[in-house]
Write a protein that binds this ligand. Structure first.
Ligand code: C2O
Ligand code: CU
Length: 677
């Protein structure tokens, strides 16, 4: 629904400009009609676009009202900034309307005679022309402030500047119209083709200079610096690396100032001296791999396999991973997605380490404190490297009871780019065809669903009731059986589900932006039956699932810091080129706000998505507690997450304790290259 309103809003905003331009043009031509009959006809023809334009104004007001039902943040700028121009302009067009009515009344008797001076005077008067021109200008302002510049940090100064310049333009146009009117009334001067041409050339030249100047300036301003220092931290950021590792709305790094004492990111390591309980070596290398259908592609692999090997450890173990880069020219890193490792182990190129070049090595060490389902992936040029295969699962088994007789299956869903250049192929691992597995009836089956694709993905398990036992590695308190519901998992997110294998077959499959993954059929014995998937099933709601449980903080806590993160899209420049940009609080990196908090701070963040796309917001180094969605507090089991999908029109309040010092990314996990316009 939100997307529909958003779409209609864009169309109406655009049509407003077109219609008011048509109206202004037709109005300015009325004074060139020589006979009253011609004039009468022209006035009648003018009325049609005029009433359409008026109708559009009413439509836009209704749309704003509807958008406002999603929250004040969705319409703030429109209401406070452009509305004060737009509504008065539109209302003032009543004046020309009544003037024209009077003229039609006057001329109706003597239709064959020529238009006299009195009428021509009215037809060229500023009182007639200006309201329509004002409506046109305010429509352009409305579009400009919605799609080119979002004046996010709305302040009185900006508003006053905008309104004063609007007033100035109106005054200038008023005098211009007055001069024009005098000329037109005195001599019955008909506009020749050449004067019209002249006018057209002059005004388009002015427009070209204006737009050209704006273009050149904004382009220059958007070029990224070579280097940049993240505040006073003793750590230079390589902007090129940063740029590479960035997905489309990478944003806010959190800096811990620690009052006076400053600590280098590189000092915030995991245990250095203890002997590692588990040792892994991951070698990044290019390799031809084959999907189950036989299709091949050149993947970027860890140890020659894609996805990379599963790292399965026990809670409490000290894990050591040696990353080696064989032949990935752009360099690689490993980020432990959802795992709250010390900052220097976080694997973010350009922030916590330099990427590892071909021939290079980097050692990661951390204690496996959290149990659950996680994944790892390169955080250098993620948009390319993750899609090409530099990722794998990280499973941490709880050190309490080992579950006997539980079949533990990791489902790593991905979408691959094949060598033949076809569209993305959705898979589980390398399976792009239906996978059949036999499991004895009565067996407990745990599926660890990992969405390693962009955008949310809906998983369906048909043929058996099941429990959602964990979200993003965090256990659900008292889960209950659910059936006929689909699980919508954010990009980068994970759900663990549990079911008892029945005598009849069960099917897991999913749908994403890349299409439908054929999935897996589990059956007691070899079978050919394939349970159907009902696409109409309702979406599972994690906000009301399971039972309440005390949490260290909640919606009524006193927060040390609160932030609003408004996600949006607009046209603009990035590093010297024009794109359809995704913005945070009106900006793109590096102009996005840096959220700086102190160690120990309780932080509340509100994500507001007033743009066109889903944004899976992923916070590094911390786990967020979802407090509310669209103003409704969560009521079920505490919903802890590190990858939260914020759909268009949605508002989420989340909170976390800043207990892990360092520079942390808080970004959208859609690894897609921005579209060039
Ligand atoms: Cu899974 Cu910053 O990433
Ligand atoms: Cu996004």
């Amino acid at each position: 629904m939100f997307k529909l309103i958003y779409l209609i809003d864009s169309i109406v905003l655009f049509l407003l400009i077109v219609m008011w331009a048509v109206v202004a043009n037709r109005l300015s031509r009325l004074s060139y009609r020589s006979t009253k009959k011609e004039l009468q006809r022209s006035i009648a023809r003018f009325m049609i676009p005029f009433f359409i334009a008026q109708g559009l104004v009413i439509a836009e007001v209704v749309i704003l009202f509807l958008l406002g039902t999603y929250g004040w943040e969705f319409i703030k700028e429109k209401v406070l900034l452009t509305m004060p121009l737009f509504i008065p302009s539109a209302i003032s067009t009543i004046v020309p309307l009544s003037m024209l009515r009077k003229i039609t009344g006057r001329i109706s008797e003597n239709l064959q005679s020529t238009v006299d001076e009195t009428d021509r005077k009215v037809l060229t008067s500023p009182g007639l022309m200006l309201p329509v021109q004002a409506a046109l200008i305010s429509s352009i302002a409305g579009c400009y402030f919605s799609y080119v510049v979002y004046p996010f940090e709305l302040n009185v100064l900006h508003a006053v500047i905008l309104w004063l310049s609007f007033a100035a333009v109106i005054v200038v146009l008023w005098f211009r119209q007055q001069r024009l009117s005098r000329k037109r009334v005195k001599a019955n001067y008909a506009m020749t083709v050449s004067t019209r041409l002249q006018h057209a050339v002059i005004s388009s030249a002015c427009l070209a200079i204006l737009i050209g100047g704006w273009y050149a300036l904004s382009m220059k301003a958007s070029v990224l610096p070579d280097h940049m220092n993240m505040g006073s931290m003793d750590h230079e950021m390589d902007m090129q690396a940063m740029n590479h590792s960035m997905n489309h709305t990478m944003s806010n790094t959190i800096r811990n100032t620690m009052n006076v004492k400053e600590i280098s990111v590189t000092a915030l390591t995991g245990p250095q001296t203890e002997k590692a309980d588990r040792h892994f070596e991951l070698v990044a290398q290019k390799k031809q791999v084959k999907l189950s259908s036989g299709k091949t592609m050149e993947a970027w692999t860890f140890n020659g396999i894609a996805p990379g090997p599963e790292l399965r450890v026990k809670q409490g173990q000290i894990v050591e991973v040696v990353l080696k880069n064989k032949d990935i020219e752009e360099g690689v890193t490993i980020h432990w997605h959802g795992y709250n490792v010390p900052n220097a182990e976080d694997g973010v190129a350009g922030v916590t380490q330099d990427s590892v070049p071909p021939g290079g090595t980097h050692v990661y060490r951390f204690e496996a404190k959290q149990a659950g389902t996680y994944w790892y992936h390169s955080h250098q040029q993620s948009a390319k490297q993750v899609i090409k295969g530099l990722f794998g699962s990280l499973i941490v088994e709880p050190n309490d009871l080992p579950q006997h007789n539980t079949k533990d299956i990791t489902v790593l869903s991905h979408a691959w780019q094949l060598s033949d250049g076809s569209a993305l192929t959705p898979t589980y691992g390398l399976k792009d065809t239906l996978d059949r597995q036999t499991i004895p009836a009565g067996t407990q089956v745990k599926l660890r669903l990992i969405n390693a694709q962009n955008y949310p993905q809906t998983f369906q398990l048909s043929g058996v009731p099941f429990e959602v036992t964990a979200i993003d590695g965090n256990e659900i308190h008292s889960p209950t059986d659910i059936k006929d519901q689909k699980l919508m998992i954010a990009g980068g997110g994970r759900y663990d589900i549990l079911f008892t294998m029945p005598k009849t077959p069960v099917r897991l499959s999913s749908r994403s932006e890349a299409g439908v993954t054929p999935g897996i059929v589990f059956s007691e014995a070899v079978t050919h039956s394939t349970p159907a998937i009902n696409e109409k099933n309702a979406v599972f709601d994690p906000g009301t699932y399971g039972e309440k449980q005390p949490t260290p903080f909640g919606i009524h806590s006193k927060f040390d810091r609160t932030f609003n993160i408004v996600l949006d899209s607009r046209f603009g420049f990035y590093n010297g080129k024009i794109y359809a940009l995704y913005t945070i609080n009106g900006h793109v990196f590096p102009d996005t706000p840096m959220l700086t908090v102190k160690e120990g701070d309780l932080v509340k963040t509100t994500f507001i998505n007033r743009g066109w796309d889903h944004h899976p917001m992923h916070l590094h180094g911390h786990t967020m507690l979802v407090l509310s969605r669209n103003g409704q507090p969560t009521t079920g089991s505490p919903w802890w997450t590190d990858s939260l999908d914020v759909a268009p029109g949605e508002v989420y309040e989340v909170a976390f304790q800043a207990d892990n010092p360092g520079i942390w990314m808080d970004h959208c996990h859609n690894f897609v290259m921005p579209k060039r316009e």
